[in-house]
Design a protein around this ligand. Sequence first.
Ligand code: PLP
Length: 228
Amino acid sequence: MEATHIKDNLNRITEQIEAVCKRTGQNPAAIQIVAASKFRSIECLRMLAEDGRIAAFGENRVQEWQSKYDPALTWDMIGRLQTNKVKYLVGKVRLIQSVDRMSLAEEINRIAAMRGVRQNVLIEINSGEEEAKGGIVAEAAGEFWQQLQTLPALQTAGLMAVAPFGIERAELKKLFEKVRRAYEEIAARDARCKILSMGMSHDLELALECGSNMVRPGRLLFDPAQVL
Ligand SMILES: *Cc1c(COP(=O)(O)O)cnc(C)c1O
């Protein structure tokens, strides 16, 4: 049954996290697992939520998320976000991980202030500097962080990065390390910077080795193991 293989996958991911943490000296309990849940059914997500090891469900598209939305579950937005969709999310998602421009941040701030809430967000880094993807370059993170501090209804909690596909491990490691440096530079002067969201199915371990404390597995968690 579907439920069984997902539990097995989650056990394997937990073991992977523990193994890497043993090597790096990180505390495995401090690593959050965000299930990248695009295209997965709400029934499946409810079952997984009961397990208790998933910190949040990360959705990519507002419309799909709305069709699944259950306030009993914890949700993150991890996909590219249009400004006109912000109103649906604010106050309902734990974390908007994909803030990559001031106009988007301002709209989140405006709606949050209107509703009397503070919205947690992450700055998205386009680590591979790919044009088709969202995110800012790592070098601009510090300055963007400062700009976001002018928005009182926004709580910026860290950085998120999506790595490019199909590049060599050594290259990927360089990209992750670059994001980590940007993260550490900000964290050194602002204690509110405490989340580094990196690592998907194919690069989970490497991301953890490079200091990630929030991983976002999708296929590794939901698909039968033999597919990978
Ligand atoms: C889909 C997605 C993931 C998960 O990808 P997998 O390769 O299925 O693990 C993680 N982060 C983001 C932003 C995604 O869009």
